[in-house]
Design a protein around this ligand. Structure first.
Ligand SMILES: CC(C)(COP(=O)(O)OP(=O)(O)OC[C@H]1O[C@@H](n2cnc3c(N)ncnc32)[C@H](O)[C@@H]1OP(=O)(O)O)[C@@H](O)C(=O)NCCC(=O)NCCS
Length: 152
């Protein structure tokens, strides 16, 4: 990962930067845990959000939820100007380690079939195709591929 970058838990002051980041990342889900009225320091027990900070600016985010022994990646985005420098890798490894600590044994996520960049990333990280949800996405309508990774 690039120098002067750190990964940490999200905090309330990140709201504007996270909104900017998600607006610049059409492949990501257009929401963050900071959109809802629950302050991040009281975020639900099973949802965890990490951000990547570069030179003091939030440039990446990952949101995960753990239920029983399964972790779900709910959102992942890196600022376009800082892609292909290992930031998503660092975010994903941090999130998966936290999920493992909560006894998750498998991770799942959904990705647009046409999102070839994200699919290449997840494939590189060891995820494999598990299934498909037909017309899962709107605007434009598109299938979701369900990807999975064993965490042991
Ligand atoms: C997908 C995304 C998070 C990847 O972030 P990133 O920080 O660029 O990823 P990394 O630098 O950690 O990539 C690690 C490896 O994954 C693969 N990879 C990542 N992005 C890739 C791309 N666009 N095309 C092909 N391979 C890719 C490469 O093997 C890469 O290693 P390399 O750069 O040494 O070749 C980023 O492109 C993004 O924010 N996209 C928009 C939002 C989105 O689609 N989110 C996923 C929703 S499910």
């Amino acid at each position: 990962m690039i120098a002067s970058t750190m990964i940490r838990k999200i905090k309330a002051g990140d709201a504007v930067a996270v909104a900017r980041l998600l607006a610049a990342s059409p492949g990501a889900a257009p929401w963050s845990p900071l959109d809802n009225p629950v302050p991040p320091d009281t975020e639900t027990a099973d949802t965890e959000t990490f951000v990547a900070e570069h030179d003091g600016e939030v440039v990446g985010i990952i949101v995960t939820r753990v239920a029983a022994d399964e972790a779900e990646i709910l959102n992942l985005a890196v600022l376009p100007t800082l892609r292909r420098r290992g930031l998503a890798r660092g975010l994903l490894l941090t999130a998966l380690a936290a999920a493992r600590a909560l006894n998750a044994r498998r991770a799942f996520l959904e990705v647009r079939e046409s999102n070839l960049g994200a699919r290449a990333f997840y494939s590189r990280m060891g995820f494999t195709e598990f299934g498909r949800r037909r017309a899962y996405y709107q605007g434009p309508a598109e299938d979701a591929l369900i990807l999975t990774l064993t965490l042991d």
